[in-house]
Design a protein around this ligand. Structure first.
Ligand code: SF4
Ligand code: MG
Length: 337
């Protein structure tokens, strides 16, 4: 079957200044040729440091901002720069959950009212609203006591549950989750992830899960894509990317997360902490855009842009010497079972 979401060579450039734009340096290339598919019922994690363009990918998919180039297809339909009519239909099938659970709720509206709005818009009768709202609250493990509460009476985790409930009100197929847990305490994060997993199983939801926190991804996402300065550097089955990250940037990111089992210890990439700061997206390095921070960089890396190539049947990676760098990092590591 065809993927539910197909993103092909997506570009989003922002002008740096107003007026006539003549040079490429007049643009910020926030998203610069991003491609991935998500199968129905699966989760793709899009990871990377802040400023890598992850949120812009999601905002462009859902039409909050226009695409500069490339295509987005949802369930086979081209929704790139969707018309108002397309967007209206799309909103009942694709929903987004944002990082800050507070700013996405109206402080003067009770939780009951906030959840009733999308239900009413779908034509639910006034007499049925309360029951339907309570259904939604129960889906996110809250109850009818929340009907009359205001957002300021809720914890961050409870507010994010309400935001998820509101997204579910339209019975969407795809959720774009933009750092949905990063404003929450670690213990609450795990509960929200567990909730998302349960909801996915129950309703067959498809997720694009955006995060800078790799520790959330390993047991949650089917596929992982690592983004750096507007480009995906590596993409593949999550367990492959975590056990055998081919790209030096993936390894640097992964080396920072704590290992919890012997198996993880055996596969832990040789420690190569990330050096320096991410360059400004206004000033993307030439050649491989990771070369200013890469321990393997050669002269060619600063002039020649690496292509995105598939490694065997596994991940795809964008690095001139991923095989040598890979061998060097993994020469004393056992084969993947
Ligand atoms: Fe490093 Fe060169 Fe590979 Fe880029 S292409 S990740 S600079 S080795
Ligand atoms: Mg972001």
């Amino acid at each position: 079957s065809e993927p539910l979401l197909e993103v092909d060579d997506l570009e989003k450039y922002f002008p740096v200044k107003s007026g006539i734009i003549k040079r490429t340096s007049d643009y910020v290339k926030a998203v610069d040729g991003v491609s991935f598919d998500i199968e129905r019922g699966e989760t793709l994690a899009l990871i990377g440091e802040s400023g890598s363009g992850k949120s812009t990918v999601a905002r462009t998919i859902i039409g909050l901002t226009g695409a500069t180039g490339g295509t987005v297809r949802f369930d086979g339909e081209d929704i790139t720069n969707a018309t108002d009519e397309q967007l209206a239909r799309l909103r009942s099938r694709v929903q987004m959950v944002f990082q800050d659970p507070t700013s996405s709720l109206n402080p003067r509206r009770t939780i009951g009212k906030s959840l009733a709005v999308p239900l009413k818009a779908r034509g639910v009768a006034t007499s049925d609203l309360r029951e339907r709202v309570v259904d939604l609250l129960e889906r996110v493990e809250l109850n009818d006591e929340y009907w009359n509460k205001y957002p300021h009476e809720l914890s961050g985790g409870q507010k994010q549950r309400v935001n998820i409930a509101r997204a579910l009100a339209v019975e969407p197929e795809l959720l774009l989750l933009d750092e949905p847990t990063s404003a929450l305490d670690v213990s609450v994060q795990a509960k929200i992830i567990a909730l998302l997993e349960d909801l996915q199983e129950e309703f067959g939801l498809t997720y694009l899960f955006i995060t800078h926190d790799l520790s959330l991804v390993r047991n949650f996402a089917d596929e992982t894509a690592v983004m750096y300065l507007g480009e995906i550097q590596e993409r593949g089955p999550t367990e492959e990317v975590f056990q055998r990250p081919r790209h030096p940037y993936s390894r640097a990111l992964l080396s920072a997360i704590p290992v919890t089992t012997d198996e993880e210890e055996a596969y832990k990439p040789r420690h190569e902490p990330l050096r320096g700061e991410i360059p400004s997206p206004r000033d993307v390095p030439t050649g491989c855009r990771f070369h200013t921070r890469c321990p393997y960089a050669t002269d060619a890396c600063s002039t020649d842009e690496p292509q995105f190539v598939a490694v065997d049947a596994g991940p795809s990676v964008r690095c001139h010497i991923y095989d040598e760098a890979y061998a060097d990092a993994f020469d004393d590591v056992p084969e993947v079972a």
